[in-house]
Write a protein that binds this ligand. Sequence first.
Ligand code: FA5
Length: 339
Amino acid sequence: IKAQFNEELNAASSKEELERIRVSFLGKKGLVTEELKNLRNLDAEAKKTAGMQVNILKAECEKAIVEYQKLMEEKEYQKEIESAERYDYSIPSEKPVGTLHPITIVQRQIENIFITMGFIIEDGLEIQTEFNNFEGVNIPKNHPARDMQDTYYLENGQVLKTHTSAAQNTIMRKYGAPKPGEPLKVLFPGRCFRNENIDASHENTFFQLEGMMIGDDISISNLIYFMKVLLTEVFEREVKVRLRPGFFPFVEPGFELDINCAICGGVGCPTCKQSGWLELLPCGMIHPNVLRLGGIDPDKYTGFAFGLGLTRLAMMKYNIKDIRLFNSGNLKQLKQFTL
Ligand code: FA5
C-alpha cells in the first residue's frame, strides 16, 4: 500500500488529484481505512502488531499529503511572483502629479509683484494671542469691533486668527523703527478663521493677504499707488474700483476699496449680493496707537496697511462663483487653474 501511495503521490500535479489520493487511501472506503477495518478479523496477538503497522502507515500517509500540499502551494506562489507585473519606480512620470491650489497661485503672483517692489514676505501664526489679534491692533476688550469678527477661541484663551492684521504687532517688534529713507515694507499672507454662516461668498476658513509700509514720510498717495499696481498686475487689465470711507480701529483714516464684480459685469448677482461690487481691499493709514504698541514712535513715522481678501480675489480672477469650491477638495475643478 505504501509503495502504491508513494507512486500516486509523486505523480500528483494538482490539488484535485491530491484530494482524490487522500480519499482513495484515507477516506471512509480508502485502502488504509479498509486495512484498519480488517483488523477486527485477526486474533489478539496479530491485531496488536498489524494494528501498530497500519496506524503507522496511516500517520505517514497523512503527513505526506500535508507536506505535499505545502510544497504545491509554495510552487504556485513562486509561479505567481514570477508572472506578476513589475514596476520600475525610478522611471520619471510623464505628467506632473499635482497642481498648485488657485489661492496659492494668486498668492505667489502677488508676492512676486511686491518682492520686486522691495517688500519682505513674513509668515503670521494661525494661532494667536488675544492681544495680537485685538488689543495690539487697537481693538480693546468690549470694543464693538470684536463682534464684527466672530472669533474661534481655544480652551487656553488663545484665538484662531480672525485677520492677518494679528501679525502687525509682532512684525513691528521684529524689525523695529525703519532707518531714514528705508521704509519697512512687509507682506504677510495667511489663513484666517471666523465663525461665519457659510454662503457663496463667505467661508469660515479663508485667506487674506496683508501689506504694511512704515517710514518717515509715507502718505495716502503711496497707499493708492501700491494698490493700483497690485490690482492692475493681478487682473492684467485696468479694473474698476471704488474707494469708500471704511472703519477699522487700526487705521485712521480707513477705506474700503471695492472692485467691480466681474462675474455679473456690475449688474448684480448672488456673489456680489446684487450690488455689482465686491468688497475686496480694506486699507488705511496705520493708527498711531498701533505704531506705539509696536514700539514705533507715531510722531516720527507713518505707515499704511491693507488687508486683501485673497480668497475673494482668486474668485474674481478665475471667475469662480462659489467660495466653497476652494475648500471642497474637488480636484477635477481645482486642477484646471494656472497662472
Ligand atoms: C479685516 O480683516 C482687516 N484686518 C483688514 C485691514 C487690514 C483693514 C489693514 C485695514 C488695514 P475685513 O473684516 O473687512 O477686514 O476683512 C478683509 C477682507 O477679508 C474682506 O474684504 C473680504 O474680502 C475677506 N473676508 C472677510 N471675511 C471673509 C469670509 N468669511 N470669507 C471670505 N473672505 C472674507
